[in-house]
Design a protein around this ligand. Structure first.
Ligand code: ADP
Ligand code: MG
Length: 238
């Protein structure tokens, strides 16, 4: 587990400034949810934390260490995307194991981690299947399994459930909450779904045009929105 601090993050793509100057503390072990309209910079911010994108200025601190110039693989983070590319020719078990094999984790340890992930994600009966024989929700669980086994200090999720139908989303929401409890990991989760934000978060960050409008626990934002924008976004009457 580790906390994440963003200090004076600025991001430009060419001449377009998408994040002017952003400060954010993500406490260790928190479930922090980023919400905001499409194009406000949520994915960019996650990618900056992950190291998939360099900030134009500012620092990324993970667990007290400045990782701004570190490679993604050196940061102790793991990212789950909306479109989860599983290897079609590999079984579920092989897909989950793949990153560990690359990292040369010893076989006995790999086996232990894969079966633990399968237990948590209810994939035990599916370990020998190929991705084509799985439902959308099961595939997304495999993608999450791949993250879990690497035992990251910080999990990043970019709208991981948005391709799933409503009932599956509800089910996965419950599972993600359980996952957070079992792993006591720091989670940073992007969604545009207010229900997901309200039920999963212990801290919600409302973003608008590359800026933070308000940060706080769900009920605080709901009951005391600081602006019309937050009230509208969180869904409370102001
Ligand atoms: P969100 O995830 O909140 O929908 P993004 O972080 O994807 O928003 O995008 C924020 C802004 O940055 C958008 O205006 C988007 O067009 C722009 N943007 C994102 N990535 C790039 C890129 N690689 N090159 C140029 N512009 C980009
Ligand atoms: Mg996005």
């Amino acid at each position: 587990m580790a906390d994440v601090q963003l200090q004076k993050i600025n991001k430009c793509f060419g001449s377009v400034e998408v994040i002017p100057s952003l400060d954010l503390d993500i406490p260790e072990g928190s479930f922090t949810v980023l919400v905001g309209p499409s194009g406000c910079g949520k994915s960019t911010l996650l990618r900056i934390i992950a190291g998939l994108e360099q900030p134009s200025a500012g620092q990324v601190i993970i667990g007290g260490r400045d990782v701004t110039r570190d490679e993604p693989c050196e940061r102790g983070i793991s990212m789950v995307f909306q479109s989860y590319a599983l290897y079609p020719h590999m079984t579920v078990a092989q897909n989950i194991d793949f990153g560990l094999r690359l990292a040369k984790v010893p076989a006995a340890e790999r086996e232990k981690r894969v079966s633990e992930a399968a237990r948590i994600l209810h994939l035990e009966q599916l370990l020998d299947r190929k991705p084509a024989a799985l439902s959308g929700g099961q595939r997304q669980r495999v993608a999450i399994g791949r993250s879990i086994v690497r035992e990251p200090k910080v999990f990043l999720f970019d709208e991981p459930l948005s391709n799933l139908d409503a009932s599956l989303r509800t089910q996965m929401r419950v599972e993600l909450a359980q996952l957070h409890e079992q792993f006591t990991a720091t989670m940073v989760y992007v969604t545009h779904d207010q229900v997901e934000a309200m039920t999963l978060a212990d801290q919600i960050v409302v973003m608008n045009a590359g800026r933070i409008e308000q940060v706080g626990p769900p009920m605080e934002l709901y009951e005391k929105p600081r602006s019309e924008f937050v009230a509208t976004f969180i869904g409370s009457p102001k």
